[in-house]
Design a protein around this ligand. Structure first.
Ligand code: C2E
Ligand code: MG
Ligand code: MG
Ligand code: MG
Length: 290
């Protein structure tokens, strides 16, 4: 894991603060060294069952801590990794670390599913299946404890998307569609996609109590998903009101800063029981989903 550099280091400046703009070419060169120099690490954000309050999954979110530039958000470096092809080794690194961590959790009795985000370039690699199988083999993680998150706009070609999803299903990993509602996927194809879960994009959740249209969209996504026998996860829950609304409308799982920020593996383990108390303390009591 990257060394802790945040804090009192006066030379250290944050990429986000924009002091000294970084040349994209330099960023690209540095990114090329990030794996070997141990600058990448993963945060894990829990997914909570909104009925029981328990942690039922964790999403791995990549972080890059550059020794001079500080923490660079994935929204900044993932697009560069995609343009340069570095997403292939970086994506494989993330898969491997996430599976290794989850194997450790399994052995300690924390039976959780780890979700790893895939970029379109990874998804369209013919050897993606081989890569995933090799990682599962190497780490000893059972396939159903791994989930991949893909987005709606992974490929223009529906046929090859369905084929790849079928291959993934066959090796036993779970599949979820991330940022659902923001892409351009044709709803009519959804029933042909062998996926397990839809994740409602956080933009709908964020505006819930300001925009009645977003309430309608969320209710529609939940009922459509359930009719297709899919699980629904809401992303970006930041308030108690959003939590209660989603519980009331029988959303299965939730993720968001109100429940937990993305955390280092050890911190997540330490805070586990506190996190699992939040729904009980703030949500609708009882077993709505029964
Ligand atoms: P995503 O997969 O949709 O992940 C959710 C993002 O929302 C994460 O941002 C997370 O930290 C943030 N988030 C979670 N809860 C809340 C909340 O309550 N409020 C707000 N405002 N934000 C919340 P992050 O970690 O910056 O990641 C951004 C995106 O970068 C991810 O979106 C994903 O598309 C991509 N990404 C992250 N890790 C990887 C990776 O290993 N591989 C690939 N290909 N992409 C990754
Ligand atoms: Mg995701
Ligand atoms: Mg998302
Ligand atoms: Mg996103």
């Amino acid at each position: 894991r990257a060394k802790k550099l945040r804090g009192n280091n006066s030379k250290f400046y944050s990429y986000n603060q924009g002091e000294g703009s970084i040349d994209p070419l330099e960023l690209e060169m540095e990114l090329g060294k990030a794996i070997d120099q141990d600058q990448l690490f993963l945060h894990y954000q829990p997914k909570i069952n909104l009925n029981t309050g328990k942690i039922v999954g964790v999403e791995a979110l990549i972080r890059w801590e550059h020794p001079e530039w500080g923490l660079i958000p994935p929204g900044t470096f993932i697009p560069i990794a995609e343009e340069t092809g570095l997403i292939i080794p970086i994506g494989e690194w993330a898969l491997n670390v996430a599976c290794k961590q989850n194997k450790i959790w399994q052995e300690r009795g924390f039976k959780t599913v780890v979700s790893v985000n895939l970029s379109a370039i990874q998804f369209n690699q013919p050897n993606l299946i081989d890569t995933i199988e090799a990682v599962l083999q190497k780490t000893g993680l059972e396939p159903h404890f791994l989930e991949v998150e893909i987005t709606e706009s992974m490929t223009a070609d529906i046929e090859s998307t369905i084929l790849m999803l079928q291959h993934l299903k066959k090796i036993g990993v779970r599949i979820s569609i991330d940022d659902f509602g923001t892409g351009f996927s044709s709803l009519s194809y959804l029933k042909y996609f062998p996926v397990d879960t839809l994740k409602i994009d956080q933009s709908f959740v964020r505006k819930l109590h300001n925009n009645p249209n977003d309430e309608t969209i969320i209710k529609a996504i939940i009922s459509m998903a359930h009719n297709l026998n899919l699980k629904v996860v809401a992303e970006g829950i930041e308030t108690k009101e959003q939590l209660v609304f989603l519980q009331h409308h029988l959303c299965d799982e939730g993720q968001g800063f109100f429940l937990s920020k993305p955390l280092l593996a050890n911190d997540l383990e330490q805070k586990r029981s506190r996190i699992e108390q939040i729904v009980e303390d703030n949500g609708i009591p009882g077993d709505l989903n029964q």
